[in-house]
Design a protein around this ligand. Sequence first.
Ligand code: GDP
Length: 442
Amino acid sequence: MVFESLGEKLQKTLGKLKGKGKLNEKDVKAAMREVKLALLEADVNFKVVKNFVNKVKERAVGHEVMESLTPGQQVIKIVNEELTNLMGEKESKINFADNPPTVIMLCGLQGAGKTTLSGKLGNLLKKKGKNPLLVACDIYRPAAIKQLQVVGEQAKIPVFTMGDKQDPVNIAKAGLEHANKNGNDLVIIDTAGRLHIDEGLMDELGNMKESINPNEILLVVDAMTGQDAVSVAESFNDKLNIDGVVLTKLDGDARGGAALSIRAVTGKPLKFVGMGEKLDDLEPFHPDRMASRILGMGDVLSLIEKAQANIDQKKAMELESKLRNQQFTFDDFLDQLEQMKSMGPLSQILEMIPGMNKKQMKNLNVDDKELVKIEAIIKSMTKNERTDPSIINGSRRKRIANGSGTNIQDVNRLLKQFKETRKMMKKFSSMEKSMKKRGSMN
Ligand code: GDP
């Protein structure tokens, strides 16, 4: 979980201030020392840390805090605002061309995640109504072209290739022509990377920029490389004047230093973050929401958006009525699980809930493996058993446990939970009925 320890430390430090009725300069200074250490430990660029802490300190010892009735809250508000500013205030969107096609050139070092991003970005923008074409210009890395074709197939997006014998600039130009002829209003160019920054790579990318004049140059960097990602971003920006950065593998980066430093160091915004290897694991980057997440204030907006994108409203209504009428079956349960899974790992979802911290998540025993187990158990039930679990006797329990690779205790636990859910719903709906009845008598 990204920002795990930074979030914990900031929340602890700022939490101490919250309890105080009055703050003096000494309290603020002591807290800022801890904030500074926490940021440095999260691998945030030290100049960025220094600036950040100075800004917060200056505001925090001013009138707005010292004279406030809730000084601790004010400091948290200031930290939240400054963290947001650090990451660029508002979401930065793609520059779409007035005259399509919009051309997006992806560049970055080898292994940063360009090819994967081509598919993810195409997929995301296709869902928003675009008709993308992916163009394979990485002619050096073995299997890069094949990889792009596989990604394209998954996302159902066409891929333009000319093999690995042509000059990448010519391939890009031919790709644009192809898009023009075939009505693709978006062209995503997957360029070659190198293991390290070298002149050859920069010249090639510079030539490509000049000859195809992209609307957007997105630099792809690997969050797990921390401050290296930041210096890579600086070099690419110096040479190519990029439009934005995509930080991949944020799912595997516990510290988050790159996410907090890139904007301040390069002056270029983070536009998207990669949160996993799958096609759907790409999120637009919202500095304000990220700041709230770091400070444990949750990210309800992203949660709602995720739910809206993944949960079938009609099904949700049907489910509600089934629950009310106690017609809820294990098939419905399975349906629910599928929908929940499509929103991503449980820990990522819970992280967006305000006030949810690591300790609470541990207490809740959040474990995606548990869901897989439940799914296997339900799938080992017959149609009749799913609809009417009361027929599941001892021998059936044994069969289900064997079939799902679990044990009888697991099956018993699930059956018990299911029974309790039904009982609870029954209580709710009878409560509701009696309340309505009383309401109509008044
Ligand atoms: P390229 O050389 O820049 O084209 O890099 P690739 O697209 O081939 O990605 C390199 C590796 O990183 C692959 O194994 C990807 O599956 C993986 N990867 C890419 N983006 C992400 C991400 O956001 N999270 C995780 N965990 N892995 C990623």
